[in-house]
Design a protein around this ligand. Structure first.
Ligand code: EPU
Length: 419
Protein backbone atom coordinates (compact mmCIF):
# COMPACT_ATOMS: atom_id res chain seq x y z
CA UNK A 1 0.00 0.00 0.00
CA UNK A 2 1.36 3.43 -0.93
CA UNK A 3 2.07 6.22 1.48
CA UNK A 4 2.49 9.96 1.06
CA UNK A 5 5.57 11.83 2.18
CA UNK A 6 4.82 15.50 2.73
CA UNK A 7 7.76 17.83 3.19
CA UNK A 8 6.53 20.89 4.99
CA UNK A 9 7.57 24.47 5.19
CA UNK A 10 6.64 25.87 1.79
CA UNK A 11 4.08 28.57 1.14
CA UNK A 12 1.60 27.37 -1.50
CA UNK A 13 1.26 29.70 -4.49
CA UNK A 14 -0.54 28.91 -7.72
CA UNK A 15 -3.67 27.80 -9.55
CA UNK A 16 -5.45 24.49 -9.87
CA UNK A 17 -8.53 23.16 -11.62
CA UNK A 18 -11.29 21.75 -9.44
CA UNK A 19 -12.77 18.36 -10.39
CA UNK A 20 -16.41 17.33 -10.54
CA UNK A 21 -18.05 16.62 -7.18
CA UNK A 22 -17.65 13.08 -5.87
CA UNK A 23 -20.87 13.35 -3.87
CA UNK A 24 -22.86 14.26 -6.98
CA UNK A 25 -21.08 11.80 -9.30
CA UNK A 26 -21.92 8.80 -7.11
CA UNK A 27 -25.71 9.35 -6.87
CA UNK A 28 -25.91 10.42 -10.52
CA UNK A 29 -24.23 7.21 -11.63
CA UNK A 30 -26.77 5.34 -9.49
CA UNK A 31 -29.54 7.42 -11.12
CA UNK A 32 -28.57 6.05 -14.54
CA UNK A 33 -30.26 2.81 -13.41
CA UNK A 34 -33.58 4.64 -13.78
CA UNK A 35 -33.26 5.31 -17.50
CA UNK A 36 -34.15 3.03 -20.39
CA UNK A 37 -31.81 4.96 -22.71
CA UNK A 38 -28.07 5.69 -22.37
CA UNK A 39 -26.94 8.52 -20.09
CA UNK A 40 -23.64 10.34 -20.51
CA UNK A 41 -22.10 11.76 -17.34
CA UNK A 42 -19.45 14.46 -17.85
CA UNK A 43 -16.90 16.08 -15.52
CA UNK A 44 -16.72 12.84 -13.57
CA UNK A 45 -13.80 12.96 -11.11
CA UNK A 46 -11.17 10.28 -11.49
CA UNK A 47 -11.59 8.73 -8.05
CA UNK A 48 -11.55 5.33 -6.48
CA UNK A 49 -15.20 5.67 -5.38
CA UNK A 50 -16.20 6.32 -9.00
CA UNK A 51 -14.34 3.17 -10.09
CA UNK A 52 -16.14 1.23 -7.35
CA UNK A 53 -19.50 2.55 -8.60
CA UNK A 54 -18.58 1.55 -12.16
CA UNK A 55 -17.70 -1.92 -10.92
CA UNK A 56 -20.97 -2.11 -9.01
CA UNK A 57 -22.99 -1.22 -12.13
CA UNK A 58 -20.82 -3.46 -14.31
CA UNK A 59 -21.49 -6.47 -12.09
CA UNK A 60 -25.22 -5.89 -12.64
CA UNK A 61 -24.60 -6.25 -16.36
CA UNK A 62 -24.83 -2.51 -17.11
CA UNK A 63 -22.64 -1.37 -20.05
CA UNK A 64 -20.20 1.47 -19.35
CA UNK A 65 -18.02 3.24 -21.89
CA UNK A 66 -15.44 5.86 -20.91
CA UNK A 67 -14.40 8.22 -23.73
CA UNK A 68 -11.10 10.09 -24.14
CA UNK A 69 -12.44 13.04 -22.12
CA UNK A 70 -13.34 10.64 -19.29
CA UNK A 71 -17.07 11.13 -19.88
CA UNK A 72 -18.92 7.97 -18.91
CA UNK A 73 -21.76 6.59 -21.01
CA UNK A 74 -24.01 4.26 -19.06
CA UNK A 75 -26.46 1.94 -20.81
CA UNK A 76 -28.70 -0.13 -18.55
CA UNK A 77 -30.40 -2.11 -21.33
CA UNK A 78 -28.07 -5.07 -20.65
CA UNK A 79 -28.77 -5.25 -16.89
CA UNK A 80 -29.22 -8.86 -15.72
CA UNK A 81 -29.25 -8.73 -11.89
CA UNK A 82 -30.11 -6.30 -9.08
CA UNK A 83 -27.43 -7.24 -6.62
CA UNK A 84 -24.94 -5.02 -4.73
CA UNK A 85 -22.47 -7.38 -3.04
CA UNK A 86 -20.90 -6.92 0.39
CA UNK A 87 -17.35 -6.79 -0.95
CA UNK A 88 -18.14 -3.58 -2.86
CA UNK A 89 -20.60 -2.00 -0.41
CA UNK A 90 -18.18 -2.42 2.51
CA UNK A 91 -15.59 -0.30 0.65
CA UNK A 92 -18.10 2.41 -0.26
CA UNK A 93 -21.22 3.17 1.76
CA UNK A 94 -22.61 5.28 -1.09
CA UNK A 95 -23.41 1.94 -2.81
CA UNK A 96 -26.71 2.16 -0.90
CA UNK A 97 -27.69 4.72 -3.56
CA UNK A 98 -28.55 1.93 -6.01
CA UNK A 99 -31.35 0.71 -3.72
CA UNK A 100 -34.00 3.30 -4.63
CA UNK A 101 -33.36 3.25 -8.40
CA UNK A 102 -33.28 -0.58 -8.66
CA UNK A 103 -36.42 -1.02 -6.59
CA UNK A 104 -38.50 1.60 -8.37
CA UNK A 105 -37.54 0.55 -11.90
CA UNK A 106 -37.15 -3.23 -11.60
CA UNK A 107 -39.28 -3.98 -8.53
CA UNK A 108 -36.45 -5.66 -6.66
CA UNK A 109 -33.02 -5.02 -5.14
CA UNK A 110 -30.56 -6.99 -3.03
CA UNK A 111 -28.11 -4.59 -1.44
CA UNK A 112 -25.63 -5.45 1.26
CA UNK A 113 -26.08 -3.54 4.52
CA UNK A 114 -23.16 -1.12 4.78
CA UNK A 115 -20.87 -2.15 7.62
CA UNK A 116 -18.94 -0.11 10.17
CA UNK A 117 -17.57 3.30 9.41
CA UNK A 118 -14.71 5.29 10.92
CA UNK A 119 -16.71 8.51 11.33
CA UNK A 120 -19.85 7.27 13.06
CA UNK A 121 -22.56 4.61 13.09
CA UNK A 122 -24.19 5.81 9.88
CA UNK A 123 -27.32 3.63 9.87
CA UNK A 124 -29.59 3.43 6.79
CA UNK A 125 -32.92 3.34 8.65
CA UNK A 126 -34.11 6.61 7.08
CA UNK A 127 -33.58 5.20 3.57
CA UNK A 128 -35.48 2.01 4.47
CA UNK A 129 -38.33 3.73 6.34
CA UNK A 130 -38.91 6.07 3.38
CA UNK A 131 -39.04 3.20 0.90
CA UNK A 132 -41.41 1.28 3.21
CA UNK A 133 -43.67 4.36 3.33
CA UNK A 134 -43.78 4.10 -0.47
CA UNK A 135 -45.05 0.53 -0.19
CA UNK A 136 -41.83 -1.48 -0.46
CA UNK A 137 -41.48 -4.80 1.29
CA UNK A 138 -38.06 -4.71 2.95
CA UNK A 139 -36.38 -7.55 4.85
CA UNK A 140 -32.83 -7.76 6.13
CA UNK A 141 -31.49 -11.28 5.72
CA UNK A 142 -27.92 -12.52 6.07
CA UNK A 143 -26.56 -9.00 6.00
CA UNK A 144 -28.52 -8.04 2.87
CA UNK A 145 -31.39 -5.64 2.37
CA UNK A 146 -33.93 -7.49 0.24
CA UNK A 147 -36.42 -5.03 -1.17
CA UNK A 148 -39.43 -5.75 -3.36
CA UNK A 149 -42.33 -3.72 -4.72
CA UNK A 150 -44.78 -4.04 -7.61
CA UNK A 151 -44.79 -0.30 -8.17
CA UNK A 152 -43.84 2.14 -5.46
CA UNK A 153 -46.57 4.57 -4.45
CA UNK A 154 -46.12 8.27 -3.80
CA UNK A 155 -45.97 9.12 -0.08
CA UNK A 156 -45.55 11.99 2.34
CA UNK A 157 -42.19 11.42 4.01
CA UNK A 158 -40.71 13.48 6.84
CA UNK A 159 -37.04 12.63 7.36
CA UNK A 160 -36.29 12.18 11.06
CA UNK A 161 -32.73 13.40 10.56
CA UNK A 162 -31.47 15.36 7.58
CA UNK A 163 -29.64 12.82 5.43
CA UNK A 164 -28.02 13.56 2.08
CA UNK A 165 -28.01 10.09 0.55
CA UNK A 166 -31.43 9.19 2.02
CA UNK A 167 -32.88 12.31 0.36
CA UNK A 168 -31.27 11.28 -2.95
CA UNK A 169 -32.34 7.64 -2.66
CA UNK A 170 -35.97 8.56 -1.93
CA UNK A 171 -36.08 11.28 -4.57
CA UNK A 172 -34.78 8.80 -7.17
CA UNK A 173 -37.25 6.13 -6.01
CA UNK A 174 -40.11 8.63 -6.26
CA UNK A 175 -39.40 9.52 -9.90
CA UNK A 176 -41.00 6.29 -11.18
CA UNK A 177 -43.53 5.83 -8.35
CA UNK A 178 -47.26 6.05 -8.82
CA UNK A 179 -48.40 9.53 -7.75
CA UNK A 180 -46.85 12.35 -5.76
CA UNK A 181 -44.10 12.04 -3.16
CA UNK A 182 -43.26 14.85 -0.78
CA UNK A 183 -39.94 14.69 1.10
CA UNK A 184 -39.90 17.06 4.09
CA UNK A 185 -36.79 17.95 6.10
CA UNK A 186 -34.86 17.04 2.96
CA UNK A 187 -31.11 17.66 2.67
CA UNK A 188 -30.47 20.94 0.82
CA UNK A 189 -26.92 20.17 -0.31
CA UNK A 190 -26.06 21.40 -3.83
CA UNK A 191 -25.30 17.80 -4.79
CA UNK A 192 -28.96 16.89 -4.12
CA UNK A 193 -29.99 19.71 -6.46
CA UNK A 194 -27.50 18.46 -9.07
CA UNK A 195 -28.97 14.94 -8.90
CA UNK A 196 -32.44 16.47 -9.36
CA UNK A 197 -31.19 18.50 -12.34
CA UNK A 198 -30.00 15.31 -14.01
CA UNK A 199 -33.25 13.47 -13.17
CA UNK A 200 -35.32 16.34 -14.60
CA UNK A 201 -33.27 16.19 -17.81
CA UNK A 202 -34.11 12.46 -17.91
CA UNK A 203 -37.81 13.35 -17.76
CA UNK A 204 -38.54 13.35 -14.02
CA UNK A 205 -40.98 15.83 -12.50
CA UNK A 206 -39.27 17.31 -9.44
CA UNK A 207 -39.63 20.66 -7.72
CA UNK A 208 -37.95 22.04 -4.62
CA UNK A 209 -34.63 20.14 -4.79
CA UNK A 210 -32.09 22.26 -2.93
CA UNK A 211 -34.75 23.27 -0.40
CA UNK A 212 -36.03 21.32 2.60
CA UNK A 213 -39.23 20.28 0.77
CA UNK A 214 -38.95 18.25 -2.41
CA UNK A 215 -42.01 17.28 -4.43
CA UNK A 216 -41.80 14.49 -7.00
CA UNK A 217 -44.63 13.55 -9.35
CA UNK A 218 -43.97 10.01 -10.55
CA UNK A 219 -43.70 9.32 -14.30
CA UNK A 220 -43.87 6.01 -16.18
CA UNK A 221 -40.35 6.07 -17.67
CA UNK A 222 -37.12 8.06 -17.77
CA UNK A 223 -34.93 8.49 -20.82
CA UNK A 224 -31.40 9.45 -21.79
CA UNK A 225 -29.53 12.69 -21.27
CA UNK A 226 -26.06 14.18 -20.98
CA UNK A 227 -25.24 15.69 -17.60
CA UNK A 228 -22.24 17.67 -16.40
CA UNK A 229 -21.42 17.15 -12.70
CA UNK A 230 -21.14 20.35 -10.64
CA UNK A 231 -17.74 21.32 -9.16
CA UNK A 232 -16.56 19.71 -5.95
CA UNK A 233 -17.04 22.29 -3.20
CA UNK A 234 -15.19 20.17 -0.63
CA UNK A 235 -12.16 19.70 -2.88
CA UNK A 236 -12.28 23.45 -3.52
CA UNK A 237 -12.45 24.24 0.19
CA UNK A 238 -9.66 21.81 1.00
CA UNK A 239 -7.19 23.51 -1.39
CA UNK A 240 -8.23 26.98 -0.25
CA UNK A 241 -7.65 26.06 3.38
CA UNK A 242 -4.33 24.46 2.32
CA UNK A 243 -3.35 27.84 0.91
CA UNK A 244 -4.39 29.61 4.09
CA UNK A 245 -2.57 27.30 6.51
CA UNK A 246 0.70 27.75 4.62
CA UNK A 247 0.28 31.54 4.57
CA UNK A 248 0.08 31.30 0.78
CA UNK A 249 -2.15 32.03 -2.20
CA UNK A 250 -4.35 29.50 -4.00
CA UNK A 251 -6.60 30.17 -6.97
CA UNK A 252 -9.20 27.46 -7.62
CA UNK A 253 -10.61 27.41 -11.16
CA UNK A 254 -13.69 25.67 -12.61
CA UNK A 255 -15.49 25.93 -9.30
CA UNK A 256 -18.43 27.95 -7.99
CA UNK A 257 -18.09 30.45 -5.11
CA UNK A 258 -21.84 30.30 -4.47
CA UNK A 259 -21.37 26.74 -3.18
CA UNK A 260 -18.89 27.81 -0.49
CA UNK A 261 -20.28 30.91 1.17
CA UNK A 262 -19.76 29.86 4.79
CA UNK A 263 -16.34 28.35 4.05
CA UNK A 264 -15.20 31.59 2.38
CA UNK A 265 -16.55 33.67 5.28
CA UNK A 266 -14.53 31.54 7.72
CA UNK A 267 -11.42 32.09 5.60
CA UNK A 268 -12.04 35.85 5.65
CA UNK A 269 -12.52 35.66 9.44
CA UNK A 270 -9.17 33.85 9.60
CA UNK A 271 -7.59 36.88 7.93
CA UNK A 272 -7.40 35.72 4.32
CA UNK A 273 -8.04 37.99 1.36
CA UNK A 274 -10.75 36.25 -0.69
CA UNK A 275 -11.60 37.21 -4.26
CA UNK A 276 -14.14 35.49 -6.48
CA UNK A 277 -15.27 35.47 -10.09
CA UNK A 278 -18.07 33.53 -11.73
CA UNK A 279 -16.14 30.23 -11.68
CA UNK A 280 -13.02 30.91 -9.63
CA UNK A 281 -11.95 31.74 -6.09
CA UNK A 282 -8.63 33.09 -4.90
CA UNK A 283 -7.55 33.00 -1.27
CA UNK A 284 -4.41 34.88 -0.27
CA UNK A 285 -3.01 34.88 3.29
CA UNK A 286 -0.19 37.21 2.17
CA UNK A 287 2.28 35.44 4.44
CA UNK A 288 0.25 35.95 7.60
CA UNK A 289 -0.55 33.33 10.21
CA UNK A 290 -4.32 32.63 10.30
CA UNK A 291 -6.49 33.82 13.19
CA UNK A 292 -8.38 31.07 15.04
CA UNK A 293 -12.03 30.67 13.94
CA UNK A 294 -14.80 28.81 15.75
CA UNK A 295 -16.31 26.01 13.68
CA UNK A 296 -19.74 24.44 14.05
CA UNK A 297 -20.70 21.88 11.42
CA UNK A 298 -24.28 21.29 10.30
CA UNK A 299 -26.17 20.33 7.13
CA UNK A 300 -26.05 22.75 4.16
CA UNK A 301 -26.10 25.74 3.97
CA UNK A 302 -24.10 25.69 7.24
CA UNK A 303 -20.42 24.73 7.41
CA UNK A 304 -20.00 21.20 5.99
CA UNK A 305 -18.80 18.36 8.21
CA UNK A 306 -16.59 17.44 5.24
CA UNK A 307 -14.56 20.64 5.92
CA UNK A 308 -14.24 20.18 9.69
CA UNK A 309 -10.90 18.35 9.72
CA UNK A 310 -9.28 20.89 7.37
CA UNK A 311 -10.39 23.84 9.55
CA UNK A 312 -9.14 21.93 12.61
CA UNK A 313 -5.66 22.08 11.05
CA UNK A 314 -6.07 25.79 10.36
CA UNK A 315 -6.95 26.34 14.03
CA UNK A 316 -4.10 24.11 15.15
CA UNK A 317 -1.53 26.54 13.77
CA UNK A 318 -3.61 29.73 14.14
CA UNK A 319 -3.12 32.65 16.46
CA UNK A 320 -5.54 32.19 19.36
CA UNK A 321 -7.89 29.51 20.66
CA UNK A 322 -11.04 28.11 19.10
CA UNK A 323 -13.72 25.49 19.39
CA UNK A 324 -14.58 23.01 16.66
CA UNK A 325 -18.00 21.40 17.15
CA UNK A 326 -19.10 18.43 15.04
CA UNK A 327 -22.86 17.93 14.96
CA UNK A 328 -23.36 15.67 11.92
CA UNK A 329 -21.32 12.55 12.77
CA UNK A 330 -20.67 11.32 16.30
CA UNK A 331 -17.10 10.12 15.81
CA UNK A 332 -15.51 12.41 13.29
CA UNK A 333 -12.45 13.41 15.33
CA UNK A 334 -10.12 10.57 14.36
CA UNK A 335 -7.62 13.07 12.96
CA UNK A 336 -7.19 14.70 16.38
CA UNK A 337 -4.99 11.89 17.75
CA UNK A 338 -2.79 12.14 14.66
CA UNK A 339 -2.57 15.95 14.84
CA UNK A 340 -1.46 15.62 18.49
CA UNK A 341 1.45 13.49 17.21
CA UNK A 342 2.50 16.46 15.08
CA UNK A 343 2.49 18.76 18.12
CA UNK A 344 -1.06 20.17 18.08
CA UNK A 345 -2.73 21.30 21.30
CA UNK A 346 -6.29 19.93 21.14
CA UNK A 347 -8.56 18.70 23.93
CA UNK A 348 -11.74 16.79 23.15
CA UNK A 349 -14.90 17.39 25.16
CA UNK A 350 -17.76 15.38 23.72
CA UNK A 351 -18.47 16.62 20.22
CA UNK A 352 -16.30 19.73 20.68
CA UNK A 353 -12.57 20.10 20.22
CA UNK A 354 -10.85 22.90 22.11
CA UNK A 355 -7.93 24.00 19.99
CA UNK A 356 -5.08 26.20 21.19
CA UNK A 357 -3.06 27.43 18.26
CA UNK A 358 0.64 26.50 18.28
CA UNK A 359 3.40 28.30 16.38
CA UNK A 360 4.60 25.22 14.52
CA UNK A 361 4.03 21.53 13.96
CA UNK A 362 6.72 18.87 13.55
CA UNK A 363 6.61 16.13 10.93
CA UNK A 364 5.90 12.57 12.14
CA UNK A 365 4.49 9.29 10.84
CA UNK A 366 0.68 9.42 10.92
CA UNK A 367 -2.17 7.26 9.75
CA UNK A 368 -5.13 8.30 7.59
CA UNK A 369 -8.45 7.10 9.04
CA UNK A 370 -11.09 8.47 6.69
CA UNK A 371 -11.22 10.65 3.62
CA UNK A 372 -11.36 14.15 5.09
CA UNK A 373 -9.13 13.21 8.04
CA UNK A 374 -6.53 12.13 5.47
CA UNK A 375 -6.76 15.45 3.68
CA UNK A 376 -6.29 17.27 6.97
CA UNK A 377 -3.10 15.31 7.63
CA UNK A 378 -1.73 16.38 4.23
CA UNK A 379 -2.50 20.01 5.14
CA UNK A 380 -0.83 19.57 8.52
CA UNK A 381 2.19 18.01 6.80
CA UNK A 382 2.49 21.04 4.52
CA UNK A 383 2.95 23.36 7.53
CA UNK A 384 4.97 20.98 9.72
CA UNK A 385 8.74 21.13 9.79
CA UNK A 386 10.46 18.15 8.15
CA UNK A 387 8.68 15.12 6.73
CA UNK A 388 5.24 13.75 7.54
CA UNK A 389 4.69 10.18 6.37
CA UNK A 390 0.99 9.42 5.89
CA UNK A 391 0.01 5.77 5.63
CA UNK A 392 -3.31 4.20 4.60
CA UNK A 393 -3.73 6.82 1.91
CA UNK A 394 -6.27 4.77 -0.05
CA UNK A 395 -8.81 6.93 1.79
CA UNK A 396 -7.46 10.03 -0.02
CA UNK A 397 -7.79 8.41 -3.44
CA UNK A 398 -11.48 7.83 -2.74
CA UNK A 399 -12.14 11.57 -2.81
CA UNK A 400 -9.23 13.66 -4.12
CA UNK A 401 -8.22 13.43 -7.77
CA UNK A 402 -4.41 13.52 -8.19
CA UNK A 403 -3.84 15.27 -4.87
CA UNK A 404 -0.06 15.16 -5.06
CA UNK A 405 -0.02 16.55 -8.65
CA UNK A 406 -2.40 19.37 -7.72
CA UNK A 407 -0.36 20.27 -4.65
CA UNK A 408 2.81 20.17 -6.71
CA UNK A 409 1.23 22.71 -9.10
CA UNK A 410 0.81 24.92 -6.05
CA UNK A 411 4.43 24.42 -5.01
CA UNK A 412 3.78 21.81 -2.31
CA UNK A 413 6.15 18.91 -1.84
CA UNK A 414 4.10 15.71 -1.66
CA UNK A 415 5.42 12.37 -2.95
CA UNK A 416 3.70 9.02 -3.25
CA UNK A 417 5.94 6.07 -2.44
CA UNK A 418 5.32 2.38 -1.90
CA UNK A 419 5.04 1.79 1.87
N1 EPU B 1 -28.36 8.99 9.46
C1 EPU B 1 -29.21 8.16 10.16
N2 EPU B 1 -29.96 7.25 9.45
C2 EPU B 1 -29.91 7.15 8.09
C3 EPU B 1 -29.06 8.01 7.39
C4 EPU B 1 -28.28 8.93 8.11
O1 EPU B 1 -29.27 8.22 11.38
O2 EPU B 1 -30.63 6.31 7.53
C5 EPU B 1 -27.53 9.96 10.20
C6 EPU B 1 -26.04 9.71 10.03
O3 EPU B 1 -25.58 8.71 10.92
C7 EPU B 1 -25.44 11.06 10.31
C8 EPU B 1 -26.50 12.00 9.75
O4 EPU B 1 -27.69 11.23 9.60
O5 EPU B 1 -25.28 11.26 11.68
C9 EPU B 1 -26.19 12.63 8.42
O6 EPU B 1 -25.66 11.65 7.55
P1 EPU B 1 -26.02 11.62 5.99
O7 EPU B 1 -26.95 10.49 5.75
O8 EPU B 1 -26.41 12.97 5.52
O9 EPU B 1 -24.63 11.23 5.35
P2 EPU B 1 -24.46 10.41 4.02
O10 EPU B 1 -25.58 10.71 3.12
O11 EPU B 1 -24.16 8.99 4.34
C10 EPU B 1 -23.18 12.24 2.69
C11 EPU B 1 -21.83 12.36 2.05
C12 EPU B 1 -20.77 12.44 3.14
C13 EPU B 1 -21.07 13.67 3.99
C14 EPU B 1 -22.48 13.58 4.57
C15 EPU B 1 -22.91 14.80 5.35
C16 EPU B 1 -22.17 11.18 -0.02
C17 EPU B 1 -21.86 10.02 -0.88
N3 EPU B 1 -21.62 11.21 1.19
O12 EPU B 1 -23.13 11.05 3.46
O13 EPU B 1 -19.52 12.60 2.49
O14 EPU B 1 -20.14 13.75 5.05
O15 EPU B 1 -23.42 13.39 3.50
O16 EPU B 1 -22.84 15.94 4.55
O17 EPU B 1 -22.87 12.10 -0.44
C18 EPU B 1 -17.18 12.55 2.34
O18 EPU B 1 -17.30 12.96 1.16
O19 EPU B 1 -16.08 12.51 2.94
C19 EPU B 1 -18.38 12.10 3.05
C20 EPU B 1 -18.32 11.33 4.14
Amino acid sequence: MDKLIVTGGCRLDGEIRISGAKNAALPIMAATLLADEPITVCNVPHLHDVTTTMELLGRMGVSLVVDEFLNIEVDTSTINNFYAPYELVKTMRASILVLGPLLTRFGEAHVSMPGGCAIGQRPVDIHLDGLKAMGADIQVENGYIIARADRLKGAHIVLETISVTATENLMMAATLADGETVIENAAQEPEVADVAKCLIAMGAKITGAGTSRIVVEGVSRLGGTRHRILPDRIETGTYLVAGAVTGGRVKARDTDPKLLEVVLQKLRDAGAKVECGEDWIEVDMEGRRPQAVNIHTAPYPALPTDMQAQFMVLNTIAEGSSTVTETVFENRFMHVQELLRLGANITLEGNTALVKGVESLQGAPVMATDLRASASLVLAGLVATGETHISRIYHIDRGYECIEEKLELLGGNVKRVPA
